[in-house]
Design a protein around this ligand. Sequence first.
Ligand SMILES: Cc1ncc(COP(=O)(O)O)c(C=O)c1O
Length: 377
Amino acid sequence: MFPRFSHRLDNIQLSMIRQIMQKAEGCSNLGIGEPDFFAPLAVRNEARRVIDQEKIQYSPNAGLAELQHAVASYHGRLADYAVCICNGSQEALFDIIFALVDPGEEVLVPNPGFVAYATIVRLAGAVAVPYRLPARNDFRLDHDHMAGLFSDRTKAVILNTPSNPTGQVLTEDDLEFITRLADSHGALVISDEIYREIYYGGHKPPGVLEGHSGAVVISGVSKMASMTGWRIGWAYGPRAVIEKTTVMHQYTSSCASSLSQKAALSVFSEDGMREVAGLRRQLAENCSLVCSFLDSELKRRFVRPQGAFYVMVDVSDLGESLSVALRLLRDQVATIPGAAFGSEGEGFLRISFASEPETLEQGLERLRRSDYFCRRQ
Ligand SMILES: Cc1ncc(COP(=O)(O)O)c(C=O)c1O
């Protein structure tokens, strides 16, 4: 017999995403949110060199000075801002929320949104207050609704642009609106911009730090450089916030892998950034392929992504999104039910198109052949 587990984990399980993926053996993977490509060559070469020539020891808690410097320059150095390098941006989120909230305080999180936001807030004992990104409005921000959620209990608001799972981006007006609201309530804006290098409109989407100081940006190399397993992410924000985040980080993991940090530095080299642009081009091709398939062959409603590598497809005619995703496993395609991301995602499936073109084409072919999904009219 084990002792009773902590109440902290009551009602918290592995996400619906993991539950689907555990059943997805042999399926074309249009589910999980990671680019299926090699890390940039410059990164791999540097990792090999470091293994052969350097001792791999702890780094300073907040990360190697050179990487902190590269990250700050990447975000456009701001006075009195600092960086904390973590084991992925998810740890950065965890550390900052734990550094910030007390029981009973509220953090606004997107619905639909990345599954970790609400869970981390709840683990920290605070209350996650979902703000709707209404499906009927193509998951765009509803200003009036958001304004009504701020109160004197609001400690922070988490933004995600471009968004997982919707692929939508926040406009400059949205960012201006939110930062003004947050300022007037003394709340911190935490903007998860991990997908900001992956966009389709020809222009990099606006980021929160352009024109607004005081916000924290969360980002990392997982998505932009196809480096999910290297576990390098960061928080870049006002020094006082980052110092507290770094205290949390010391006690969660001491420091991010020094090997990964040294290698990740090469992402910011000319060669590294050229490969980031190459990945963006490949994902743009994948995006066009998926959208024209949904448009002309499936004739299903979907929300055209402006960034990230997900497309939300309307399957409300087929039933609940979880049962649709489970049923599609029988046709050997793994997708993620929109309900995994909150109530506003219900009625949709999230398709990830970050795979190698062959995997993507195989997945689309299986959807095309599925009598269930591709109902002939
Ligand atoms: C919106 C968003 N933020 C953060 C993460 C976590 O990324 P990592 O911890 O690999 O940096 C993910 C991963 O799927 C994500 O989709």
